[in-house]
Design a protein around this ligand. Structure first.
Ligand code: NAD
Length: 495
């Protein structure tokens, strides 16, 4: 059994507490992956100190040179793709095809970051005065604290880390305590690619201890958080009080609309992938299906048949379609919501319980579940379950579907299946979400476009794409007056 460490100031070090926590495979809890540091605020303080020290040299390294290191990071991710995917599936359960996709997002983000090193565009604009130059450029900010969830163990930390590094910041990463191994493999990879020691620190541990200490540390002016809306509210509150720059990417309750003119075969493939990929544990998972009444019965019948064929099991086995939930508490939550759904009058038409059989005894498995007859005011139609549960709501019109989509507190992703181009464009305009897909499910974001949601999903920032770089850098404006005289803007050039 291996004991893993934090990485602070260029060294692998144990936690000042001397305590460690276990990390186990959710498909087979007898499989102990390792022990990881149960760190304290003191470890966070040490990490922030190291990151502050490294900030000077790293921020003065030319951006194209920082980009060159990130290109090597991308190359190593390509080389280690299979090993990383296997390790990720072992610690959080989603199937290997999906963890390979997770690595691929990190690769795409690394190469995008490498090329951004030669852009980091500012603006040069004409001045209103003669012989005066006016321009803006982007500066590094300082030590950035990254707090990440379990469901994309590599993609989300790298979405944040690579743009932050490219912009010249140094980093303290607090990964989810459910996926510490992937974060450790990432750190080792960064070092192998030539990242100077001290530029990134890794501190493992509990959110309420290590995450909280990072958010509260006065030496960390920027926090980028992805996780639940409840946790995000605490993070946002503290950052607001301390005047920190904060990006919050939080929960979702994403809907797919299937209109009566839709290609139903396509919509069927889409909803199965959108709802049950990653065992429903994606922030963009399709958790509501808004079915037009004219196709409702026949589509639902086909959907139930299809879902019953999904193979549940260990995500590392090639035939598995759906892996386990990440831990016991996640499965308990699904079970609680099933009881609520039944009590409020929804009908369980597929799944609805744990699978039976020895193969499932040691893991956090739950059968892919469909709830029919759900009403928009049911709790399962409004609250994030974060598991393999799809709520089906019958709708009479496009307008009703839009109103139901928009009626929840979240606003991450939405989708519509229709062949009517007018409806498709109306959906793009009228659905209140950060992302809308047409004739594709609610999942499938690409790493070079901004990602994020509105309402209680986000606080207005975006991850990755060109906008990710705005969050991790400060705009500085610079005027050069080469007239040799005092020129008073707004005064000397106007009466
Ligand atoms: P979580 O909120 O439980 O944990 C997220 C991170 O916050 C973890 O690293 C955790 O240790 C840390 N944390 C917990 N308490 C903290 C505190 N008091 N202060 C600081 N940090 C603290 O979320 P999770 O269960 O890991 O992930 C699932 C959630 O993440 C879902 O709600 C999902 O929708 C959301 N998510 C959102 C996006 C997005 O981009 N919008 C992407 C992925 C996941």
């Amino acid at each position: 059994m291996t004991t893993f460490q934090n990485f602070i100031a260029g060294k692998w070090v144990g936690p000042t507490t001397g305590r460690y926590f276990e990390n186990r495979n959710p498909a087979d809890i007898s499989d102990l992956i390792g022990k990881f540091p149960d760190s304290s605020p003191k470890d966070v303080a040490n990490a922030v100190q190291a990151a502050s020290k490294a900030f000077g040299p790293w921020s003065r390294t030319p951006a194209p040179a920082r980009g060159d290191i990130l290109r090597r990071v991308g190359d190593l991710l390509v080389e280690r793709k299979d090993a990383l995917a296997d390790a990720m599936t072992r610690e959080m359960g989603k199937v290997v095809a999906e963890t390979k996709g997770d690595v691929q997002e990190a690769i795409d983000t690394a190469y995008y970051a490498a090329s951004e090193g030669r852009r980091l565009f500012g603006h040069t604009v004409p001045s209103e005065l003669r012989q005066k130059w006016a321009m803006s450029y982007r500066r590094p900010i300082g030590v950035v604290g990254l707090i990440t969830p379990f469901n994309f163990p590599l993609a989300i930390p790298t979405w944040k880390m690579f743009p932050a590094l490219l912009c010249g910041n140094t980093i303290v990463l607090k990964p989810s305590e459910d996926v510490p191994h992937t974060a450790t493999l990432l750190l080792q990879l960064l070092l192998d690619a030539g990242l100077p020691p001290g530029v990134v620190q890794l501190v493992h541990g509990r959110g309420e201890t290590v995450g909280k200490a990072l958010v509260e540390h006065p030496g960390v002016p920027v926090i980028s958080f992805t996780g639940s809306t409840t946790t995000g509210a605490f993070v946002g509150e503290t950052c607001g009080r301390m005047h920190k720059r904060v990006s919050l990417e939080m929960g979702g309750k994403n809907a797919m609309i299937v209109m009566d003119d839709a290609d139903l075969d396509l919509a069927l493939d889409g909803v199965v992938w959108g709802a049950f990929g990653t065992t429903g544990q994606r922030c963009t998972a399709t958790s509501r299906l808004l079915l037009h009444k004219r196709v409702h019965d026949r589509f639902l019948e086909r959907l139930v048949k299809r879902v019953e064929t999904l193979v549940l099991g260990d995500g590392r086995k090639p035939k598995t379609d759906v892996g386990p939930l990440v831990h016991e508490a996640a499965r308990d939550k699904v079970e609680r919501y099933l009881a609520i759904a039944r009590k409020q009058g929804a009908e369980v038409v597929a799944g609805g319980g744990r699978p039976s059989g020895k193969a499932f005894d040691k893991g956090w498995f739950y059968r892919p579940t469909i709830l029919a007859g759900v009403s928009p005011d049911h709790r399962v139609a409004n609250e994030e379950i974060f598991g393999p549960v799809l709520s089906v709501i019958e709708v009479g019109s496009f307008d009703e579907a839009v109103a139901i989509n928009n009626g929840v507190r979240y606003g991450l992703s939405s989708s519509i299946y229709t062949r009517d181009v007018n409806l498709a464009f109306r959906a793009i305009q009228e659905l209140d979400n950060g992302i809308t897909y047409v004739n594709a499910p609610t999942i499938g974001a690409e790493a070079h476009l901004p990602f994020g949601g509105i309402k209680e999903t986000g606080n207005g920032h975006r991850e990755v794409g060109w906008e990710g770089y705005h969050f991790f850098s400060e705009t500085k404006v610079c005027y050069v007056d080469y007239s040799g005289t005092l020129q008073r803007a707004q005064i000397d050039n106007y009466d």
